[in-house]
Design a protein around this ligand. Sequence first.
Ligand code: SAM
Length: 296
Amino acid sequence: MWEAPEYLGNLLAEQYGSALAEEICGGFLCRRPVTLRVNTLKCSVPEAEGALKSAGIDFSHSGICPEALIINSAREDSLRSLSLYSEGKIYLQSLSSMLPPLLLNPSPNDSVLDMAAAPGGKTTQMAAMTGGAAAITACEKNKVRAERLRYNLQRQGCGRVSVMVCDVRRLDSRFSFDKILLDAPCSGSGTVSEEHCEFTAELYDRSCRLQAELLKKALSLLMPGKRAVYSTCSILRGENEEILKSVLPSAGGRIIPIPEGAFPEVPRLPTEMSGTLCVKPSRLFEGFFVAHIEKI
Ligand code: SAM
């Protein structure tokens, strides 16, 4: 029987207690179905549904947003072979990772900063949510990943997105934005599986340090009254609640509570900071964390 690496297992047991930690490890083992988002910049939901039906692919709807589909009868390779995919009409994306843009809810008139953007799942989602009208700046430090981001933006028809290949911590402080997404680099502790686990103590410590710096920067680029979303695919407090607690008071941020009843199908883990949402790894959802923040 597969077990999470010892250091991660211990952190989970310390944080959640051994019974819940065991349930979480059960969630890591689930083989999740492929999920996708219909790219409404290029295709309507009924059009995508029709194409999937014609290809004999069975799907169901996720309640998190009308564009989110759960594929019941095909794996990624079959979807990648569809013209729907090559034409950028769908984007393969986990349900958990659709949550941050849904919370940030950008409007067509907003100037938006996506601080850690590649490969672009959330940038393209925000572009689609605003009908392609919002001016989005997508920052990515890694050159190779930035190329992937550009490719995805082009294929998904996201015209008003400017890519900046830079360390977002160096962004000129004269910039300011209406909305900021910080989908921070993290240890990936919510998404480990039997086949894929990069979690190490070193990665965890490095991620925590970087996340605090990035969140400080995010708040410095927001005007009072404007909003940001902080997210990670980690379920460890050290990368989530503890980062928020250490940064928000001095950087002038406060949590906008995510209502308990929001996203009712999302399985939740207890969090140490009320109003934040930590997704429990399960059959449909990867482990994930999101917080909605306002600059005071
Ligand atoms: N938001 C992306 C999406 O939905 O497709 C996933 C982002 S991934 C969690 C984090 C990204 O941040 C990586 O591509 C990493 O190269 C980038 N990154 C790490 N440090 C950065 C920095 N200081 N400035 C800008 N990007 C950074």
